[in-house]
Design a protein around this ligand. Structure first.
Ligand code: PMP
Length: 436
């Protein structure tokens, strides 16, 4: 067969050049093989990175009880010994694991319908539709909502799944500066008064696409500002709550609750179950008309296998705990306390931290891409697993370590992590000042 070297040229773009020269040398900090639940501590299969051939050698050892500062297990529901696991195991006994069909065909389970009703009740909206994959919830549904002749105005830091959905839709795309209401308004003004007479609107629909909490930045959307502009310019709003549902607001209802805004003010409420719910899949919630439209037109609803039963049951149980028990309230509060303690701790050390104080995503800046590998390796040596990110997920000179905080982490674990980070930040010159 062809060796495919021409098919996948290594130096075809800046991105492939960069990947080859930077990331290949620090491959050991990515794709680490984990052999446990993604809870507050994880077990990692040990590999040694050969200097000669860019290959791994497995040592046969397992690094046990590494403190996990990278998974999106915000409320600690990933554990396999709690109430969620019990319900999921029972569901496997009843339904099996695979649904083997799409919702429209043989894959519409009673528990899918139950989950959608519960989710709509939780958000206090008319209806909800669930999908087997969060990424596809964005990439496959946005093309169902807007098309040629429509305008999308998208935040500059939107997730890849949103960007792909925008591109697939065929609509015109304009990007506004991250969370910058002035820039958004100028894009909206251009769109509405474009052409003559001044009131002429050349677009069938204008859709503003934003996230609740931005996954690399840890910032929280200026939702009141977005909704004001949406009304003023008669646009629609699509809100991705992947990182905010469950994690923000006193009952975990996300950014709408955080700002004291009713979810019905937002036209399209999207979210994933991969973070706070410790499961998989995504949802779109809103009016009955919106959900019925997606049910019959969405590629993800019509042509993809529906959500696996144990996953669905895990979400039903975690949603119940979040929405109607004291244990849910306790976890949400614990997450908020842990986020503040860790973020304040980093700032006190003199690290540069991006984002909002209430966000469970805590990015600490490393800047130089060449320090990414060293930071991650030094943390692992001290017993902490972290996620380092750089280009193209961030601008090239804004490489960072992206901590994700969980309610399941103890104060001691977070304090030990801060001590380790302090040492390593000194070693790698990441601090801008050392505050007392
Ligand atoms: N939206 C956002 C904002 C995300 O950060 C992610 C992934 N982390 C997704 C959508 C995709 O969701 P999933 O990982 O559940 O497929």
């Amino acid at each position: 067969a062809n060796d495919m070297k021409d098919f996948v040229p290594l130096y075809a773009s800046f991105e492939s050049f960069y990947t080859r020269n930077i990331y290949n040398r620090i491959q050991d900090v990515f794709n680490r093989p984990i052999c446990s639940v993604p809870g507050p501590v994880i077990d990692i299969v040990e590999r040694q990175f050969s200097k000669s051939g860019w290959m791994f050698k497995y040592t046969g050892k397992v690094l046990k009880n590494v403190v996990n500062l990278g998974s999106y297990n915000y409320l600690g529901f990933a554990e396999n010994d709690g109430p969620c696991a019990e319900a999921s195991i029972e569901s496997i006994e009843k339904y099996g694991v695979g649904v083997c069909s799409s919702r429209k065909e043989m894959g519409n389970l009673d528990i899918h319908v139950k989950l959608e009703q519960k989710m709509a009740e939780y958000l206090d909206v008319e209806a909800c539709l669930t999908f087997g994959m969060g990424f596809a919830t964005n990439s496959m549904n946005i093309p169902c909502l807007v098309s040629k002749g429509c305008l999308i105005i998208s935040d500059g830091l939107n997730h890849a799944s949103l960007v792909l959905g925008c591109r697939l839709s065929g609509a015109q795309i304009r990007v506004f500066k991250h969370n910058d209401m002035k820039d958004l308004e100028s894009k909206l003004r251009d769109a509405v008064v474009y052409g003559q007479p001044r009131t002429h609107r050349p677009w069938k629909k204008i859709l503003i696409i934003v996230e609740g909490v931005y996954s690399m930045e840890g910032s929280i959307v200026n939702l009141p500002g977005i909704l004001e502009l949406k009304k003023k310019y008669k646009a629609y709003v699509f809100l991705d709550e992947a990182h905010s549902i469950g994690a923000l607001g006193s009952r975990g209802r996300g950014v709408t609750e955080y700002f004291g805004i009713h979810p019905r003010e937002v036209d399209i409420m999207m979210g994933t179950f991969t973070k706070s719910f410790g499961a998989a899949g995504g949802y779109i919630a809103g009016s009955r008309a919106l959900v019925e439209h997606l049910r019959y037109h969405s590629h993800s609803a019509c042509y993809a296998t529906s959500m696996s039963p144990p996953v669905c049951e895990q979400i039903i149980t975690s949603l119940h705990i979040i929405s109607s028990t004291d244990e849910g309230k306790r976890r949400i509060k614990q997450l908020a306390d842990n986020c503040r303690m860790f973020r304040q701790g980093l700032k006190k050390l003199g690290n540069i931290v991006y984002g909002n104080d209430d966000s469970p995503v805590v990015p600490a800046m490393i800047y130089a891409p060449t320090k990414l590998g060293a930071f991650s390796r030094e943390m692992l040596k001290r017993g902490f697993g972290v996620v380092v990110v750089g280009f193209p997920a961030t601008p090239i000179a804004e490489s960072r370590v992206r901590f994700c905080i969980s309610a399941a982490l103890t104060e001691q674990q977070l304090q030990d992590a801060l001590d380790a980070i302090s040492d390593i930040s000194d070693l790698l010159q990441m601090k801008y000042s050392k505050k007392k």
